[in-house]
Write a protein that binds this ligand. Sequence first.
Ligand code: BTN
Length: 320
Amino acid sequence: MTSLITLLADGKFHSGEELGNTLNISRAAIWKRLKKLENDTNLAIHSVRGKGYKLDSPLSLLDSELLDQQITQWPITVLPNISSTNTECFRLLNTGMPAPLAVTAEQQTAGKGRRGRQWVSPYGQNLYYSLLIGLKNGSHQLEGLSLTIGLAVLKTIKKMGLIQAGLKWPNDLLFDNKKLCGILLELTGDPADICHVVIGIGINVNMPQAITEINQPWTSLRQELGTLIDRNKLLVELNYSLSYYLKIHYQHGFKALKEEWQENNLWQHQIVNLLQGNQQITGKMLGVDDTGALKLLINNEIQYFNAGEVSLRLATSTHD
Ligand code: BTN
């Protein structure tokens, strides 16, 4: 299965005969495998008489051998398909695997977003990545952790060339007010003592605008940079950056990264609406405190808000 998709990944036409010869199977077997591939991945495979088969557009597939060699910070498991890379991290933890460890996949069938939302995860297009870490002094280390992760992902995205991307509190990455990346932290154990955190990161990498299931403005690196992004390179950079920022976070806490976070805060000093259940609070965003709490100026008084079941909007925007 993997080798057939690898052959088609260049987005060019390949005849049934050529595919059959390369994989050493009959043309009828190729046709069967193509149907299964279409079914498993939801990728559209075009068939043109006299030319052969091709994908809609080229894919940058994950190369597990290369990733295994180049990601040295922690072991990484590369899967073709999984319900959710976050869920898989918890499963591996339950089988006794030690943290840290990372999981990535070509496709998620039940990708999880914040506030119970679904995270749209088509095959071969984006980055679906989770890192399991263990924390000894849970509650202290958890302070601002999701903001630290946002910063690590932002650094990676800038390294890939999208230098105008920025942060939206607590941990979204936006470009031109469109979502580029989402982060979901899930915890198990005692947050006041020893616990494990799964850091789930979804980056829109090569996703075409044709995807319609996403109910908020979004963009992808490919759309903004105008070129197919090498997802292996992105993943190698991401692991490097996560390890760099996590080290600072473990040693000095989020406070050591607060200034850098604020420099990259897209809505610094802007008027924002904070939604807390049915309640809407409007204030000027002054930044964040040492624990990553949002600092708003409301009627000349500074108030602090923790991430959780709150969401932030620009006062002039209709989307979160
Ligand atoms: C958000 O709603 O903004 C958070 C989205 C987090 C998505 C990522 S994709 C990899 C990991 N696995 C999941 O099921 N969710 C996270």
